[in-house]
Design a protein around this ligand. Structure first.
Ligand SMILES: *Cc1c(COP(=O)(O)O)cnc(C)c1O
Length: 392
């Protein structure tokens, strides 16, 4: 069945899919599963979204890849549109979340280097953080399991407590360059930063001349009902990394920054072979078309309220297995479990609903943003049956 030639880095469920449509995935024998994970926050528009498929197939017939030695009109267009829609003035396209985070960290160092403060190089990060799997991002993230066996460890990160401004202030030194935070921690337990905390970080950054880096790899691209989650708080970062939902399933990422900070990068200071190629950019532009359609994000907010209400009712029905309050923001949802979250996730799967786990024994739901009320009802019904089965 499974191949002995794959490296053993994942514990995989004994399931494979051959087709996807909307929020449904289908196995070879056409058994449907409701995907409330969106492929870990990636397939935000569900599967086989016609506008995205059309953009990809049209571009595939014309030109997949040219290098960044040349102008790439789709890349210029997407950069213009992302900057128009956000705090940012400049964009660097990459291929994965970790690469966008890496770009953000490198840009912060370069910015201080070119502005005559090369001694500023450390970044304040948080407990519960996850920023990816590169050497730098496993150090920025919390979680010994990601670092085990990778000594010697890269230096340059100081860890504060998520939600605790005093703990951040206490870590600021003359060599501090930046603060990096997820507006909603995903892997770390779907913990949402309060608006006050984010505003406090912005204020500390301004007070001490630091850069504020937001990791919106998971929380961005409409996931919380705004294009970027930080819009809920009213603050803006200096640098932001985002990825997962950006290509709705096509691997792509972006590091966005203000004009002043972007001066840190000149020709040759950073680069990528694949990042921003025509195929990725065609898909990225098509995804943005949908996310910025009038009313689209409002409908995400509405369905999020509806799903959260249903999940709260589910907690009332199964108080021995799951509990309130729900965590997260919008359609980035953490359901605190009492029974082991892995057991709940596999019970859901047996009822045809795919869910994820997160730290703190959380069941994590990242449904496609296009999920309908009827589909929410069907998912809640299946989850209710799964929990009833577990209780029995
Ligand atoms: C998933 C994730 C990353 C890493 O993204 P990859 O594409 O797996 O490299 C970084 N930061 C956050 C917040 C994430 O959720």
């Amino acid at each position: 069945m499974s191949s002995k030639h794959l490296m053993d880095t994942y514990r995989r469920a004994p399931l494979a899919f051959s087709r996807g449509e909307g929020i449904y995935l289908y196995t070879d024998d056409a058994t449907p599963y409701m995907d409330l994970t969106s492929g870990i926050g990636v397939n935000n528009l569900g599967y086989s979204h016609p506008h995205i498929v059309r953009a990809l197939t049209e571009q595939a017939g014309k030109l997949w890849h040219v290098s960044n030695q040349f102008r790439i009109p789709g890349q210029e267009r997407l950069a213009d549109r992302l900057c128009e829609a956000s705090f940012a003035d400049r964009a660097f396209f990459a291929n994965s979340g970790a690469e966008a985070v890496e770009c953000a960290l490198k840009l912060a160092r370069r910015y201080f280097d070119v502005s005559g403060q090369p001694d500023r190089w450390r970044t304040i990060v948080f407990d519960g953080a996850f920023h990816g799997r590169t050497f730098a991002s496993i150090m920025a993230g919390d979680g010994e399991q990601y670092r085990e066996g990778y000594a010697p460890h890269m230096d340059g990160f100081d860890r504060a407590q998520f939600g605790n401004l005093d703990s951040v202030r206490a870590l600021i030194r003359e060599n501090t360059a930046a603060i990096m935070v997820e507006p909603v921690q995903g892997e770390g337990g779907v913990r949402a930063a309060s608006a006050e905390f984010l505003a406090g970080l912005r204020q500390l950054a301004d007070e001490y001349g630091l850069l504020l880096i937001l990791d919106e790899v998971q929380s961005g691209n409409g996931r919380t009902g705004k294009l970027y989650c930080h819009e809920w708080s009213g603050i803006t970062p200096d640098i932001m990394a985002t990825a997962k939902g950006l290509g709705a399933g096509f691997p792509m990422a972006v590091c966005l920054a203000t004009e002043a900070v972007s001066q840190g990068f000149g020709v040759g200071n950073h680069g990528t072979t694949f990042g921003g190629n025509p195929l990725a950019m065609a898909v990225g532009n098509a995804v943005l078309d949908v996310l910025t359609e009038p009313g689209f994000l409002d409908s995400v907010q509405d369905i999020a309220v509806y799903l959260r209400k249903g999940l709260t009712d589910l907690v009332d029905r199964h108080p021995a297995l799951i509990r309130a309050p729900l965590r997260g923001s919008g359609l980035m949802i953490g359901l605190p479990a009492i029974a082991p979250n892995t057991e709940i996730v596999s019970a859901f799967r047996q009822q045809g609903v795919l869910a994820l786990t997160a730290r703190d024994n959380i069941v994590r739901l990242l449904p496609p943003l296009v999920i309908t009320r009827d589909q929410v009802d069907a998912a809640l019904h299946a989850m209710d049956a799964a929990l009833a089965g577990l209780a029995a």
